[in-house]
Design a protein around this ligand. Structure first.
Ligand SMILES: [Zn+2]
Ligand SMILES: [Zn+2]
Length: 259
């Protein structure tokens, strides 16, 4: 499945909207692009100002017929059995890609190698995916980044979800709100078995009243079990949000999930 395209969310549009914050930096970025054409991060083919060439982008694994509420594969693209039985607190979930090779390498380089420029590609792909929402699914009023635990932000020096969310806000024109925060540092979800993850992050977030009456999309880099996003969504709903969506660059398929 590759019916969507990144062309509507190209770097041209990104630059033209002043993503670098000042005219001088935009000119500098254009000059760099003109003199230093990029190679595709995967196949090394020249691809102008893009991080990933069109062919490689189309070959990255997407989640076909994704469940509207959890973004995992569902037989007919409607809500899956798990969401019908125990609906998550978010009304909709979108993932641009499945968390799989080779995209996982790109996300890893972004997160742990400090390759902040990758955020442009992730934001563009996420925008293209959420634009495919089923007819009648309302757009959110605002975005919020899934906050990173303070200790991990100190280690990394940046918050990967916030880097992506800022760019998604510019591309979609949706305002980005702050006011969702962690109430405690939790052990890294990756260190825990899947079944222990919901308990680890339960009530780990609090949200300010700024979200009251707003339909909010939470932006994250990776949605694994969905437990962290569900806990954040609970906090937003407690603060009066009228609805919550989960937007992730990549969604991990569960271990036993047939593809
Ligand atoms: Zn390529
Ligand atoms: Zn589902």
């Amino acid at each position: 499945m590759s019916s969507w395209s990144l062309s509507n969310f190209s770097a041209e549009k990104f630059y033209s909207q002043g993503a670098y914050g000042s005219a001088a930096l935009i000119l500098l970025a254009r000059a760099c692009r003109a003199t230093l054409p990029q190679q595709c991060a995967f196949c090394l083919a020249p691809c102008g100002h893009l991080l990933v060439c069109t062919a490689c982008c189309e070959s990255l694994q997407k989640i076909d017929s994704a469940c509207l509420q959890c973004a995992l594969p569902a037989s007919d693209g409607a809500r899956c059995g798990a969401c019908l039985a125990r609906p998550p607190p978010f009304a909709a979930a979108f993932a641009a890609f499945a968390y799989a090779f080779p995209l996982d390498r790109l996300l890893h380089a972004f997160k742990y190698g400090g390759r902040l420029s990758h955020a442009e590609f992730f934001a563009s792909a996420l925008c293209a995916r959420v634009a495919q929402r089923p007819a009648g699914t309302p757009w959110p009023d605002a975005l919020v980044a899934l906050p990173l635990a303070r200790s991990r932000q100190r280690e990394r020096g940046f918050d990967q979800s916030a880097e992506i969310a800022r760019r998604v806000a510019r591309l979609t024109g949706l305002p980005m709100l702050s006011g969702l925060r962690r109430t405690r540092d939790t052990p890294a979800q990756a260190a825990l078995p899947w079944k222990a993850r919901a308990g680890n992050v339960r009530n780990a977030f609090a949200a300010d009243p700024v979200f009251a009456g707003q339909r909010v999309a939470i932006v994250a880099d990776v949605m694994t079990t969905g437990a962290t996003l569900a806990s954040a969504a609970d906090a937003l709903l407690r603060a009066g949000a009228s609805g919550v969506e989960a937007w992730a660059v990549a969604r991990t398929l569960p271990p036993a999930q047939p593809r």
